[in-house]
Each structure stands twice: as C-alpha cells, then as structure tokens.
Design a protein around this ligand. Structure first.
Ligand SMILES: [Zn+2]
Length: 306
C-alpha cells in the first residue's frame, strides 16, 4: 500500500512537471463578436496571437476602419457596420459610427461601402436596445442590401445590460426603451421569409428564449447563433449559460453555434468555458470555437486547421 502511494505521488509529480513543460496547445478560435468600440486594433491583434484566434468578425466604426486595416490586414478580420447609432454616435461609447447625425446610415453611402468592399458585413445590429423589433420597416433597406451583396448579418437578440431601461440599473449605459420582448428570435421569421438568401447570426443566441431559438434554427438553415456575453457571468450565470447552450446542442444544432466574446476580457474565459463544458464532445468544441464560423463566413476551412 505504502509503495503504491509513493508510486502514485511520483507519477503525479511527473505528470505536473510534464504538464508545466508542455502546456496543452490552445484550440483554434474564430471570434465572431468583437467591437471596435471597446478594443483597439493593436490590442485585438495581441489577443489573437496569445490565444490562437485566427479570424475576427469586428463591428468597426467607419472612421476607424483604416486603423483596423493597418493593424490586422484584410485577411484576418471581417469589417462590419453596426446600427442603429443614436445621433450617429455609437451606443456605449461616444464616437461617430459614420459621418452625420442620422440614427441609421444613409443607404446610398452603405451601398458604396459594400460595393467598394470596405464594409463586408452588417452587425451588431441593435434595434432591440431601442425597443425596435427586427422586422421594423426602417430596417428593410438594409436587409435588401445584405441580400443583394450577399453579406452576413449579425443581430443582437437577447440580454442587454441588466436593468438597462431603468435609471437605477447597474450599467452606466442606459437604454430607456430597451425591450426584452424585441429579442424573441421568432420575430426574425417574417424577414427571413422575405429574404431567403440572408445569412443571419443571432448574437447572444436569443437568450433566454431557447424554445423560440430552437424553432428558428430548425426552420431556417441559414441562421446561426453566437454565445457572446453569455459566458461573462454578470448577465447570465454560468449554470444558465451551460443549460442554454446544452439545450441548443441537444436539439441538434452544434453545427450552427459559433464563438463570440463581446468583451475583450471575455475572450479567454469564454474559450475556456467551451473547452471545459463536459457535455460537449471534442468535435463539438472545435466546431463551436472555429469550424462553424468558417462555414457561416465562407472562409477557407484551413483557417482552423493550419
Ligand atoms: Zn449584443
């Protein structure tokens, strides 16, 4: 018995020594939920190198796009236009989304940005923050443009800052018209039927509407979801995040879930939350962290494997 104990201790010491020598390689990741409003392109590039992040889907404020192109190069990220922006200023930060003070971008300007290839996606669309349903007719010109130019669109459906509509809420960002009901994923169904070529990413996976989310995924094969902000803990406790993620996986949609961080300090814990989810197989983990996003964005599959 004593000899067995020594053998065991010796083996564990060897294992931890070997572990320190050769840390497990970090999994390949595509981060589908990055905001230029809360990180600099240099910081994003450093995180990519440190955490094996291969590609970013970035909501870039249009005046800041040249800096992102200079830092990351055109092959490493997808520049995306987010709106509405009240008075032309980005929510959460007071920086311009585009020239001028309109809440929504001028469709003629958007068309030129898409035609030139400077902007390659829409998102994060945030009508819910302003109590606007995704089917609101003011958004219709942009759905049409997305379909015409065959670009992916990412829309916020789910939790906002806790208590966002109330002056007493904890978040410094206030959205007095925020409506949880405007985040119900099934509100997307009419516009999906009007625009059947849309590739649509439901950001925050429509939490907590798992039944509606599963119904939408079931009926509309061009819909994907991301897990942005759900892992953060301050909006959704870890147990609820895992239960929600598992409900989507159990319903058969592990190939339609992509990784997103939303906040710079959530990239590493968000990746680790997927890696340590015991209900996911190794294949499902690598699909969610990287492979599924290559399909949604039509990137070369080697983005995740090389
Ligand atoms: Zn969001």
């Amino acid at each position: 018995m004593i000899r067995f104990l020594f053998l065991f201790l010796g083996l564990s010491a060897f294992a931890s020594f070997a572990g320190a020598q050769t840390p497990a390689p970090r999994p390949a990741v595509i981060d589908m939920h990055v905001h230029g409003a809360n990180t600099t392109p240099q910081q994003a590039r450093e995180r990519m190198a440190a955490l094996n992040v291969r590609y970013l889907f970035v909501q870039v404020l249009a005046p800041e796009l040249p800096a992102w192109n200079a830092a990351l190069g055109g092959d490493n990220f997808q520049p995306s236009l987010g709106f509405p922006c009240p008075g032309g200023r980005a929510p959460f930060v007071d920086r311009p989304c585009w020239e001028g003070t309109s809440d929504l971008p001028d469709p003629a300007w958007v068309r030129e940005e898409l035609r030139s290839g400077r902007i390659k996606a829409f998102g994060e669309l945030v009508p819910q923050l302003f109590g606007m349903a995704p089917g609101d007719e003011r958004l219709e010109p942009y759905w049409q443009l997305a379909e015409e130019f065959d670009i992916p669109v990412a829309i916020h459906m789910g939790p906002g800052p806790p208590g966002a509509a109330y002056g007493s809420g904890a978040s410094p960002a206030k959205f007095p018209d925020f409506r949880m009901g405007a985040g119900n994923p099934l509100l997307l169904e009419d516009l999906l039927l009007r625009h059947k070529r849309l590739r649509l990413l439901v950001m925050h996976a429509g939490w907590p509407y798992s039944e509606s989310m599963i119904a939408l995924l079931y009926a509309h094969p061009n819909v994907y979801v991301d897990v942005g902000a759900l892992q953060a803990g301050f909006m959704v406790p870890r147990a609820s995040y895992y239960a929600y993620l598992r409900s989507l996986v159990d319903a058969g949609f592990a190939k339609r879930i992509v990784f997103g961080s939303d906040f710079p300090n959530q990239v590493e814990p968000g990746i680790d939350a997927i890696v340590s989810a015991e209900f996911l197989s190794d294949a499902q983990k690598s699909d969610i962290l990287c492979g599924n996003a290559t399909r949604f964005l039509r990137l070369d599959g080697s983005t995740c494997t090389q």
